[in-house]
Write a protein that binds this ligand. Structure first.
Ligand SMILES: [Zn+2]
Ligand SMILES: [Zn+2]
Length: 264
């Protein structure tokens, strides 16, 4: 790929059912996608990865579950950042906390701009109030981020094609979830059409959306009880090998520590 446009940096600050946040940065600005750790924890993880909070131009929210918004208000307020959410998410957040600061509403299907990025939000099936996933574009690069989805539909597949990097949910191993001591109702919720994506479903999605442009995949939102990072890593390696793609780097997002920034 011989072009001179600047690279985009992707920094997974952490991912899993106890908190999700990632930064996408360009030379002319960065965005925080979800703020599912406390503001202090977000600060710590930004410092660990060498990302300057002052580079941020806004916080973009996928949905209102606590593991995506825990530090949202305090963090946004601390750095004077606008919060981008759709009406369904914003309504729930406002009900929870009136003090949510500068709010910029978007609608699924309508692209909007944050700093140097054009953000394409699209609806995903999940048990929240109008949850979305995103494709972010800047400097000729496309990055797809889709976690917290119960199943994959044509819209999701369509949106995630043609991305240089993909961050996709690989939540649970079906066998481990079945054998876990979790209550039946919770298992049904996770497995349901509006729950979370299994390892198997993640691999099936990758097989359909990885294309000539893809150089990085991140397996994210991995369950600590019903999955193992080693298992997810092996599945990613096997999947990419089956596609004959030794040129794609696979990353496994962690709950307790950020991943070093990689560039696309
Ligand atoms: Zn989540
Ligand atoms: Zn969720």
């Amino acid at each position: 790929m011989a072009d001179s446009s600047p690279s985009l940096g992707i920094t997974i600050l952490g991912s899993g059912s106890r908190g999700n946040a990632l930064v996408i940065q360009a030379p002319d600005g960065a965005v925080l996608l979800d703020a599912g750790f406390s503001a202090r924890e977000l600060d710590d993880r930004l410092a660990q990865t060498g990302v300057e909070p002052t580079a941020l131009r806004g916080v973009i929210v996928s949905h209102e579950h606590a593991d995506h918004v825990r530090g949202l208000r305090v963090f946004a307020e601390r750095y004077g950042l606008p919060v981008f959410a759709n009406r369904g998410t914003a309504t729930v957040l406002k009900k929870r906390d009136e003090r949510l600061g500068r709010l910029c509403l978007f609608a699924a299907g309508n692209p909007f701009a944050v700093g140097p990025f054009t953000v394409h939000p699209f609806s995903i099936p999940h048990d929240a109030s109008d949850p979305v996933a995103f494709v972010l574009q800047a400097h000729g690069r496309r990055i797809g981020v889709a976690t917290d989805l119960g199943h994959v539909n044509h819209l999701v597949e369509h949106q995630l094609r043609g991305c240089d990097a993909l961050v996709i949910e690989s939540n649970h191993d079906l066998g481990m979830l079945g054998n876990s001591t979790r209550p039946w109702a919770l298992k049904q919720r996770i497995l349901g059409r509006h729950g979370h994506l299994s390892n198997e479903a993640c691999v099936a999605l990758l097989q359909r959306v990885v294309d000539a442009r893809t150089r990085h995949v991140v397996m994210a939102h991995t369950s600590e009880e019903c999955n193992r990072y080693e298992l997810v890593a092996q599945m990613a390696i096997d999947c990419l090998a089956s596609l004959g793609r030794t040129d794609i780097a696979a990353h496994i997002a962690r709950q307790d520590e950020p991943l070093p920034t990689f560039w696309v």
